[in-house]
Design a protein. Structure first.
Lengths: 320, 687
């Protein structure tokens, strides 16, 4: 077990290095330059641009640029091209903004997906099952941004209350309770919208897992013992159906950082996804690369954790 | 059993908790009830976040909008676009003209030229009344200097120069023709006849151009003296004075700061502080647009000087290498700016909002709005939604939405000409477009009125030349190119373009074919491209169109000059200088005259306009320039778009006597000119 963990961790470190080199090359080889050296200002002279290029190391060979990036990243002195602010505090601040949205959306996904999926599995072939399948596929195939726009327009038209951003502006002097509720309200629609696809996918997953388990011998045995339907389903079947979902927890981790670029942009939510998006648009290499690096690291940690977790919850699996 | 109910009750509870919050959020009508302070807040929205809140370091519009409120400049433009004093109460422009005494030459009457004699003869001219503006004449003794000169291959060499005697002639006004007036004394071609090499000791041969730069025979040094407003305080209570002006200039020129504005200030030779409230700016050469550069916000010297920056470095405990590179760009100031402006900075949350609060001690009277929020909403649909729910106070509708808002009684909507235009530019390196008549025919074939009507929903105005229509530089006597495909056909026929059997125009066995390109992401440009292609197609011209991603578009086509024709737009400043876009010297790699337009007449006028300090003369010259350009069809000038703004109708402008009236834009279309007197009412007024 211990040797497995050490070996696995080492492998993942090598993988992380390869990912960072690849990401660095792709970002630098893609067309386009940081907006700071892209002269949209007609008064800017080539000499000024040359000065900025040197300051950003843009003319150095790519492996040197990689070295500078890594050195600055680990000494904590990596600065954004855009505003010369240190990158890590910037990412941390945005991370805190994304966190409520992420937690709320995840709660909605996991609490809603299980009951709907289980019900669909129990009533297999019924009108409810087919209806929920249809809706689930519809939600998976309709682009989220489209649904979000429709939802925003509908809510604003019908209720006339603001839904964009983290709070309503101009309410700073209202009672604190109102302000808290206002913040919750602003969470509702973006988290619901970003949860929709998640609910659809996860409930399908729950349904198929349940169906598989319900067909097992031990479930038949449980029924033969004369146990009632609820005990059979929720006590015997559900526990075993839950096993594969343990692995999914591991994949939650990178989602924490990657956030949802589209929803944060539509809802003007100042989170991490938007930071990354704006950085890509402005070719702000330090930000793009660092976010990418953290996401890669978290993905590797996440999959590692789910491997371990799986071994812990499922006694049939042993890590060698 | 428990599990079942748990699985059902938890999601229901969660959804209920979330949805009940709706009842606590105010609608548009209710926002000022229980929250009356809302009326004293102005909430604006922007697509992009600010980058750096320092007027000398930012180049993006979001940042400059904020620094425009937090910082004051020495001067700005008033309702008529004339210069108006802000931190400077007034200023005057004089000149020192330097004349190098070339003792190897003779006066027309045969006497050898000396400084003393030259001075005497010029004074005689003054007494005759021929040179009225001269204040005094000084004789400068000869001196030696060592200078670095860059050779053609960019290697620097040291050069010793023996500057001969020079006359410094102080003039009351700037006069680019001053040395021509001296011709009776020094004769014609005084400048060209001089052999400058005799004064320069160099190991290598220098070009004539470099020599002329080392020791100019004639030199104009315009001088602007600014008289500063007294008693103006920065937001931290420190008084503004001449040091701040000089410091702002020095910071811009400091290489480490990488200021994008340094080229605007490059013509400055020196800045001298005469007293606490008088600054004298001396320029290296005639360059009249230079004064507009003083529209830049003035930085507080006491917060950004070397000592303060060092202090900050210590507090932040940076590493050695970071300390070496530490400069103004890294200072915390750029996220907590302090200026003298109408609003003081409070808070900036990245990608969310910037919060400003009014400066109660503002020298020009505190604004009526107490708070100013600048929200960042990166999507125009959501911006509109926020506007409709009252969480944002202004909105810039898309052309197709304008009519809807004009009809709605809850809003007041404004449209004004923007300082920008769209055009189709032809690459003059291509022999195909060398003939002016070809370009004229191409312009005649496009129905621009229809483009405005159908693509811009009427929210645009035709233009005929390179200046913004709402400035005095624009020559409104010039008629726009009419839509006349028949005439276009006739012109092309006369030039020898005949239809071949495939229906395309052909001349000397070559079909009339070229590529029209534009950048991706601009639907209007794409539509214009299609219309142009179709119009030319009807004449028998084969036009292929292509759209490229912006970066590719610039690096592969525009910067290298490898294109036939482009659809693009310019946004313009207020000054009449067109050097970068139209001067033939600016057609190199990455330069803005990428169509390689080359017209000696235009080059000459552009330089003259730059060197003219008299606004009326300048206006005559720009009208002339406009006329020449319109007549030469270098571009097909299309239109200048209208910019639209909708406001809540409750926002009004208060007059000095306490009454209020509806907001009206200035003649030049600046809606926010009287912003400091705006306020929101509790009810909708009936105007």
């Amino acid at each position: 077990m211990l040797s497995y963990i050490i070996r696995n961790l080492l492998q993942r470190c090598v993988l992380l290095f390869i990912v960072s080199v690849l990401a660095h090359s792709i970002v630098h080889l893609a067309p386009g330059e940081p907006s700071e050296v892209d002269p949209s200002n007609p008064r800017m002279q080539p000499e000024d641009i040359a000065k900025i290029r040197t300051a950003f190391h843009l003319d150095d060979p790519i492996h040197l640029q990689y070295f500078y990036w890594m050195r600055d990243l680990f000494s904590g002195e990596l600065k954004s091209f855009k505003d010369s602010q240190p990158v890590l505090p910037k990412i941390w601040e945005r991370f805190l903004n994304s966190l409520p949205l992420f937690i709320c959306a995840t709660l909605i996904v996991w609490t809603l997906a299980f009951p709907t999926g289980i019900q669909a599995a129990i009533r297999r072939g019924s009108f409810y099952d087919r209806g929920s399948t249809f809706i689930a596929y519809a939600l998976i195939s309709i682009p989220g941004f489209f649904l979000s726009y429709i939802m925003i327009l509908w809510v604003v038209e019908l209720f006339g209350v603001p839904v964009i951003g983290m709070r309503t502006f101009g309410m700073e002097d209202a009672h604190p309770l109102y302000q808290i509720m206002d913040r919750i309200w602003h969470l509702v629609i973006p988290s619901l919208m970003s949860a929709l696809a998640g609910i659809a996918i996860l409930s399908r997953y729950v349904r198929s897992q349940m169906l598989e388990v319900i067909g097992q011998d031990y479930v038949r045995t449980a029924r033969a013992k004369g146990l009632d339907q609820d005990t059979v389903i929720y006590h015997h079947a559900l526990r075993n159906a839950l096993l594969p979902f343990v692995t999914l927890f591991g994949f939650l981790l990178p989602g924490l950082i990657g956030g949802s670029v589209i929803f944060e942009t539509i809802f003007a939510w100042p989170g991490l996804g938007r930071l990354g998006y704006e950085a890509i648009m402005a070719r702000d290499f330090p930000i793009i690369l660092t976010i990418n690096f953290i996401v890669a690291a978290l993905t590797l940690i996440g999959t590692f954790l789910s491997d371990i977790l799986y071994a812990v919850v499922d006694p049939r699996i042993r890590l060698e | 059993m428990k599990t079942k109910w748990f699985l059902i009750i938890i999601p229901i509870l969660l959804i209920l908790v979330l949805l009940q919050s709706y009842f606590w959020v105010p609608t548009y009508e209710m926002q000022s009830k229980g929250n009356p302070e809302r009326l004293a807040k102005f909430i604006s929205a922007s697509i992009a976040d600010a980058k750096i809140l320092n007027p000398i370091l930012n180049a993006d519009s979001a940042s400059s909008q904020i620094t425009g409120q937090v910082f004051d400049s020495l001067l700005d433009h008033d309702e008529e676009l004339n210069l108006r004093g802000r931190l400077a109460t007034h200023w005057n422009i004089t000149e020192i003209a330097y004349l190098t005494v070339n003792s190897a030459m003779q006066f027309p009457d045969g006497v050898f030229i000396t400084g003393l004699e030259l001075k005497k003869r010029i004074e005689q001219l003054i007494n005759q009344g021929i040179l009225p503006q001269v204040k005094k004449i000084e004789i400068l003794a000869p001196k030696q200097q060592i200078k670095l000169v860059h050779l053609a291959d960019d290697s620097p060499i040291k050069v010793k120069i023996n500057i001969p005697e020079r006359l410094a002639i102080h003039l009351e006004t700037v006069n680019q023709n001053f040395f021509n007036l001296l011709e009776p004394i020094i004769g014609k071609n005084y400048e060209n006849k001089a052999n400058i090499e005799q004064w320069v000791e160099s190991e290598q041969v220098l070009s004539l151009e470099q020599l002329a730069k080392l020791i100019p025979i004639f030199e104009h040094n315009p001088i602007i003296s600014f008289y500063l407003r007294q008693g103006v305080l920065f937001h931290d209570g420190h008084e503004f004075d001449a040091d701040d002006v000089k410091f702002t200039y020095e910071s811009i020129m400091e290489v480490k700061n990488l200021s994008p504005r340094s080229s605007d200030f490059e013509p400055i030779k020196s800045i001298d502080i005469i007293d606490n409230y008088t600054v004298q700016v001396t320029y290296k050469r005639l360059f009249s647009p230079a004064i507009n550069a003083w529209g830049i916000g003035i930085l507080p010297e006491h917060l950004l000087n070397t000592a303060t920056l060092k202090q900050e470095m210590k507090e932040r405990q940076l590493s050695e290498s970071a300390q070496d590179n530490f400069g103004m760009r890294d200072s915390r100031f750029n996220r907590h700016p302090i200026g003298t402006g109408a609003f003081r900075f409070v808070e900036w949350k990245g990608d969310e909002f910037i919060h400003l609060s009014r400066n109660e001690n503002y020298w020009d009277g505190a604004p009526y709005y107490k708070e100013y929020y600048y929200r960042i909403i990166p999507d125009s649909v959501t911006q509109e939604v926020e506007f409709l729910t009252g969480a944002v106070d202004n909105y810039s509708p898309e052309p197709h939405q304008v009519v809807r808002y004009k009809k709605d009684d809850n809003y007041q909507s404004f449209s004004s000409l923007s300082f920008a235009y769209s055009y189709i530019g032809y690459n003059h390196r291509r022999p195909l477009f060398a003939d002016k008549r070809v370009r004229q025919a191409l312009s005649l074939a496009i129905n621009i009125d229809q483009i405005i009507k159908y693509i811009l929903y009427g929210e645009g105005k035709r233009i005929t030349g390179p200046y913004p229509q709402n400035t005095q530089w624009y020559n409104s006597e010039i008629k726009p190119v009419p839509y006349n495909p028949a005439k276009a056909k006739q012109i092309l026929n006369e030039l020898g373009w005949k239809k071949n059997k495939h229906g395309w125009l052909e001349k000397d066995g070559k079909e009339f074919e070229f590529n029209l390109i534009t950048n991706n992401g601009n639907l209007q440009r794409k539509a214009i491209m299609t219309i142009a292609q179709n119009s030319w197609h009807k004449l028998g011209i084969k036009c292929n169109t292509q759209v490229f991603e912006w970066a590719v578009f610039l690096t592969d086509f525009v910067n290298t000059g490898q294109f036939d024709a482009v659809v693009l737009g310019w946004s313009m400043g207020i000054d009449p200088d067109l050097f970068q876009i139209w001067h033939s010297s600016q057609s190199g790699h990455q330069q803005l005259n990428f169509i390689a337009y080359n017209n000696p007449l235009v080059d000459d006028l552009i330089v003259k306009i730059r060197e003219e300090y008299d606004i009326e003369r300048q206006q005559q010259l720009t009208h002339q320039l406009h006329h020449i350009l319109a007549d030469d069809y270098p571009y097909t000038f299309l239109y200048s778009p209208l910019s639209n703004i909708v406001l809540d109708k409750k926002i009004v402008v208060f007059n000095q006597n306490g009454s209020y009236s509806p907001i009206t834009p200035t003649k030049t279309g600046n809606l926010f000119f009287h912003f400091n007197r705006w306020k929101k009412l509790e009810f909708t007024p009936d105007f």
